[in-house]
Design a protein around this ligand. Structure first.
Ligand code: ARG
Length: 671
């Protein structure tokens, strides 16, 4: 409805000019959205502000404005009304709303026009560090970054999704040295080598490093050789990166995230130029042997300007140096006009600082925007840092698995604990749990031991299933008959229940995976990113409230209603036939107006990069639909109302689907 407010603004400007010879220069827009929907959709409050200048009563001014409005507004809004001391209330005409919506129905983009002047945008997101933990902060960056990229892409911008992985730095000396120690022949069998848990590998390497000065010396030597480009060291480094990459990719695949890797190492050849060019601009100063830029607006404890170290006294470079080289590269080589960086708020100073240096160096033309998009912490339900029950950091894969399995048991209740136990007993060849458990060492009661054995084996088994689902060829022969048995049991269970379609095991597990992953994404995106958020499986998987399951369910329901109506809108759309919308009831009008807000909301998110606004919009949309559906019969309505309302349902479903897709969430057709 951007068009509506633009037309109204023009109309009032016209009136101002013709009535008083004025044009509007006030900071507040001439026409604004109405605060209270009872008073209409928009209002013009100009008369109040003009009273002093014109030396007239505001009501009198307002009424002259009304007299001078252009006559062709009739198709846009009802006759404007004068209220209170001089407000002018404007209510959009239902015919106008109907026409606008009718146009949406024939448009796959639902009225969101591709941007007139597309930009080249770099979105720098996810960006984990090689051989280190990819933690929930990286997950947040991944989810938020992907959504922002999707929205910008949808609007027609050219987006470069960059994964600025931490693949360079002194830690590689230690890792390479340790790799040589434990796998002397690593390089010759690089393809076959599986270092397993790289995080554990990192920890062990660190232990070696901390405990042995000789190892430390070797590690330092290895860094130097790596930086000099020595072939063996480079290969070892490459091998470590590849192992990490494989791990990261599993996660990106599961979350359906597309990224181009361009790690820190990529900018190595450009680091020296950062130093020379800053020097040439007279920005570099030496401080305790290091080359620094003294920052404006940042001071240290003694109140002196804080330095940003560009090159250390030993000649090494910093995180910030790489980012400076990257900014230049992205502007000069990628021709980016907007650079968006998505990291936790803890890095805000880092970004403010190197942005400043890049700007002072003259590397950022006026036409280029640099934006850090910060987000808050992910906390456990205890308000502290998110951890596993045993106090370890959570592996992201485990986190997604857990969301998935809980989605299954919460929403479908299909695969029950007993089912898993049955499968486990077959897969692990256990006929009698008590006998098996009795063999476990320890003094606890037998019941506890049985429980322990069952939970650990079923958990171990459940971890396998995502892999099996993706690639059925990998199901071990021993598990095949039991999985098959489970599948049959479930099929039976489904076909016995009347209200739901029978679906097979695989579909259910896949659907619950979609729901679980969507829940994790949506929980993150629906919060204002700048605040911390509490990670709670129970909340994110709840069918009540602003959650993914609620939204997915809303879609299924609306879609179901519109499907039951038996009107093939796709066909109408393809043949270019028009549907007549009749908007009479207040709730119909409210839904129609909300549907028309999609473009404004998406554009706002592209501007302020707050995807939670889109979540809120979609949540309100499903609520408005529910209110409408409660009061206005659809399937039982008479024609032409029936088709008109079915179209509203269809547009609602399509809006939900498109909106969710911009959040990186795909809908289910059944639930
Ligand atoms: N690797 C960094 C980290 O894990 C994030 C990098 C963000 N991007 C950037 N251009 N600095 O904290």
């Amino acid at each position: 409805m951007t068009a509506a407010i633009d037309r109204l603004t023009q109309a009032f400007n016209h009136a101002l000019h013709h009535a008083f010879g004025l044009s509007w220069t006030n900071a507040e827009p001439l026409v604004v959205a109405a605060k209270n929907p009872d008073h209409g959709d928009y209002q013009c409050n100009a008369a109040l502000g003009l009273a002093k200048t014109l030396k007239q009563a505001p009501r009198a001014i307002a009424s002259q404005l009304l007299d001078h409005l252009p006559p062709d507004l009739g198709d846009l809004c009802d006759p404007p009304t004068l209220a209170g001391p001089g407000f002018i209330n404007l209510r959009l005409h239902s015919r106008y709303l109907a026409t606008e919506l009718q146009q949406r129905y024939g448009d796959d983009r639902l009225g969101i026009a591709p941007i007139a002047h597309p930009q080249r945008v770099v979105v720098d997101f996810s960006s984990p560090n090689i051989a280190k933990e990819m933690h929930v902060g990286h997950l947040r960056s991944t989810i938020i970054g992907d959504s922002i990229a999707r929205i910008l892409e949808f609007l027609g911008h050219e987006v470069l999704r960059l994964n600025h992985v931490g693949d360079w730095g002194t830690q590689f000396g230690m890792l390479i040295t340790y790799l040589r120690e434990v796998h002397p022949d690593a390089l010759t069998q690089a393809d076959a080598l599986d270092l397993g848990d790289l995080v554990a590998f990192y920890k062990k390497a660190k232990q070696r490093f901390d405990g042995d000065p000789q190892f430390q010396a070797q590690a330092r030597d290895a860094v130097v050789r790596l930086q000099q480009g020595e072939e063996d060291s480079r290969q070892a480094w490459q091998l470590l990166c590849n192992q990490s990459r494989r791990e990261f990719q599993i996660l990106y695949d599961r979350l359906n995230i597309n990224l181009t890797e361009r790690g820190e190492s990529f900018y190595n050849p450009f680091l020296e130029a950062v130093v020379t060019d800053l020097k040439a601009r007279g920005l570099l100063e030496e401080d305790e042997g290091a080359q620094c830029v003294f920052l404006e607006g940042f001071s240290n404890r003694e109140g002196k300007p804080q330095p940003l170290i560009i090159q250390k006294s030993n000649g090494g470079y910093n995180y910030a140096t790489t980012d400076l080289a990257a900014v230049r590269y992205r502007i000069t080589q990628d021709h980016a006009q907007r650079l968006i960086y998505i990291t936790d708020a803890g890095q805000s100073n880092h970004f403010a600082q190197f942005f400043q240096v890049a700007q002072r160096a003259g590397w950022v033309p006026d036409t280029v925007e640099l934006a850090h998009v910060p987000f808050g912490l992910v906390q456990g339900e205890d308000g502290k840092k998110l951890k596993t029950r045993s106090g370890d950091t959570i592996r992201l894969r485990d986190l997604l698995d857990e969301a998935w399995l809980r989605a299954d048991s919460d929403l479908y209740g299909v695969v029950q604990a007993q089912d898993w136990t049955d499968v486990a007993s077959a897969v692990f060849g256990i006929d009698d749990w008590e006998t098996a458990a009795a063999a476990l060492p320890g003094e606890q009661p037998l019941g506890d031991k049985v429980h322990l054995l069952q939970t650990s084996l079923t958990e171990a088994l459940q971890r396998q299933v995502p892999g099996w689902l993706q690639d059925p060829a990998t199901v071990p022969p021993v598990a095949q008959p039991t999985l098959e048995h489970l599948r049959q049991t479930l099929d039976q269970r489904w076909s016995q229940s009347h209200d739901r379609q029978a679906r097979d095991f695989q579909t259910i597990l896949q659907d619950s995976q979609t729901i679980g992953h969507s829940a994790v994404k949506y929980a993150d995106l629906s919060q204002n990113r700048t605040s911390n958020y509490v990670f709670s499986y129970d909340k994110m998987l709840s069918l009540q409230g602003n959650t993914a399951p609620y939204m997915l369910y809303a879609y299924v329901r609306v879609q179901g209603i519109s499907r039951k109506g038996g009107v093939d809108f796709q066909h109408w759309q393809d043949t270019g036939a028009t549907v007549r919308l009749i908007l009479e009831e207040d709730l119909e009008l409210a839904l129609a107006k909300h549907l028309l807000q999609l473009e404004t909301v998406v554009q706002a998110v592209a501007q302020d990069l707050l995807p939670n606004r889109l979540c809120q919009y979609l949540f309100e949309l499903s609520q408005k639909f529910n209110q409408f559906y409660d009061r206005c019969p659809i399937l039982k309505a008479e024609e032409p109302q029936r088709t008109s309302r079915l179209l509203l349902a269809d547009l609602t479903a399509r809006t939900l689907k498109l909106g969710l897709s911009l959040l990186g969430i795909s809908v289910l057709e059944r639930m």
